[in-house]
Write a protein that binds this ligand. Structure first.
Ligand SMILES: NC(=O)c1ccc[n+]([C@@H]2O[C@H](COP(=O)([O-])OP(=O)(O)OC[C@H]3O[C@@H](n4cnc5c(N)ncnc54)[C@H](OP(=O)(O)O)[C@@H]3O)[C@@H](O)[C@H]2O)c1
Length: 261
């Protein structure tokens, strides 16, 4: 099926590696031009080269997305480089471990600015451009902690649940402009950042990193982690022109991690 993504322009936050990189790759496979963003120049340059090799226009924007200025700069530079914007993917974020007692004000500000407020600020900057598209799309990347309790995951549960609320409000407000707003909710995904994370979790629990990984696999129906491309390919469908009547939804791509009906 032709998804109708050829020649569209997409901006993806946090996209030099991991899920953001995979979403950019799946969009580029469909002929969609991509604007990538990250803080590390070398990884960003490498990602841009990988996208260009798929035959699309790709631009890397070096930016810290934890402030409104950074988010606005990303969108402004993306539109300057690509000429217009059809698709915004809010993906940037990460897990900072901690408890109610251990997390201080500065750490909470870091967590919330990146994992939640960046979604708000990039959407704010992108909407005027998306209104000019014939099929404007916003896709947020949340996580299963926004749908089901994962004991201890305090710093991801709060932004992920808020992202689901933000997306619903935006879907209602932007519907009249023909812009759809959805959220993809990945389960545990085999990204680069899980290497060190699994090691530190293993140390805390007195087990091996493989045991941490196996424990996650056992909680899914499919008995394994997701590969980033599986999230990327689902995302490409959600933001495609073919997918024209889905908005305000949370799409779980989690191998059966969530158990409610
Ligand atoms: N991996 C999972 O199991 C999983 C599961 C569910 C949901 N998610 C969600 O999916 C999203 C991506 O996760 P991931 O595992 O793919 O992350 P990742 O591997 O850590 O990649 C994060 C990307 O964002 C960039 N980035 C980080 N901080 C940034 C900042 N302040 N400004 C600009 N760019 C920044 C990183 O590049 P630089 O470091 O160079 O800036 C990198 O390109 C997150 O929102 C996460 O919560 C992940």
């Amino acid at each position: 099926m032709d998804l109708g993504l050829k020649g569209k322009n997409a901006a993806i936050t946090g996209s030099s590696q991991g899920i953001g990189h995979a979403i950019a790759g799946s969009l580029a496979d469909e002929g969609c031009n991509v604007a990538l963003s990250a803080r590390n120049q070398d990884r960003l340059d490498q990602a841009v080269k990988e996208m260009e090799a798929k035959g699309v226009k790709a631009v890397g924007i070096l930016v810290d997305l934890s402030s409104e200025d950074g988010c606005k700069k990303f969108i402004d530079d993306a539109v300057d480089a690509l000429g217009s914007l059809d698709i915004l993917v809010n993906n940037v974020g990460g897990m900072i471990p901690g408890t109610l007692d251990s997390l201080d004000e500065a750490t909470w500000a870091t967590v919330l600015n990146l994992n939640l407020m960046s979604f708000v600020y990039t959407t704010k900057a992108a909407v005027p451009h998306l209104r000019n598209s014939s099929a404007g799309r916003v896709l947020n990347v949340s996580g299963v902690t926004g749908k089901q309790l994962l004991p201890g995951a305090l710093t991801t549960t709060i932004p992920n649940t808020a992202i689901h609320g933000f997306a619903k409000v935006m879907a209602e407000q932007l519907g009249k402009d023909g812009i759809t707003v959805n959220t993809i909710c990945p389960g545990f995904t085999n990204t680069e950042s899980w290497g060190p994370r699994a090691e530190s979790m293993a140390k805390m629990r007195g087990v091996t990193p493989d045991q941490v990984r196996d424990g996650v696999s056992a909680q899914t129906f499919l008995g394994r982690w997701a590969e980033p491309q599986e999230i990327g390919d689902a995302a490409a469908w959600i933001v495609s022109e073919k997918n024209s009547y889905q908005t305000g939804t949370v799409v779980e791509v989690c191998g059966g991690f969530t158990k409610y009906i």
